[in-house]
Design a protein around this ligand. Sequence first.
Ligand code: 13P
Length: 257
Amino acid sequence: MRRKLVAGNWKMNLDLASGRSLATALAKDVGSTTAVEVMVCPPFPYLSAIHEILSNSSVRLGAQNCYFEAPGAFTGEIAATMLTDVGCDAVILGHSERRHILGETDEIIRKKITTALAAGLDVVLCVGELKEERLENQTEIVLKRQMSGALDGQDVALLLKHLVVAYEPVWAIGTGLTATPDQAESVHIYLRNWLSMYYNPDLANKVRILYGGSVKPDNARELLGQPNVDGALVGGASLKFEQFQPIVQAARDLTAT
Ligand code: 13P
């Protein structure tokens, strides 16, 4: 049984004071419960402060990116080992905003994953097609390219331990458009089959595949209720406790039944 994971990607949002109060409310709500995993991914400058707030709870701390090189002369970059140093146990890599706005290639993402895995971080690998790619029936081709581009040559034992995949259709991110539960489920099945064929059935069965793209309190239950949707990567709705908490609660309710 794959434990559900609800992760909040704060992106480049919130200030320190509002990040602190959000984390405080979340730590209180989650406490030490672990039936559902809850994670927040604040901007880099806030990681230490948020870590301190979360340290007495089971809420996990993730980062939104890291660089693929070891610490050294790379002005403005952040090493994977620096993330573990400030209390992160996960990192989001390959987010569509980094692919499409910051120009990250599959090759860069692959190198970042290798480095993050070596540092002991869980990797939340984001994949997803653009609107025009879906309209042209290219979704599976795009996903296959992103998955093999990112995962080719990675250590299978580390992937088994640390890989989480997030399917985030680009047309659903921040748009209010959501993949239907059927659309999400069918892509998640495709990704799981791909993992099974490219690696092995055990890995495919264990890796959690999250859905991301306009997940809100009113659609979370149906999306998270799909057999192959193992959680959510939430952007906008993760910035307010009143919106994020019901998404976490939906995952809890589904886990309890
Ligand atoms: P929204 O939930 O704002 O659509 O963002 C999704 C996302 O990109 C999470 O990584």
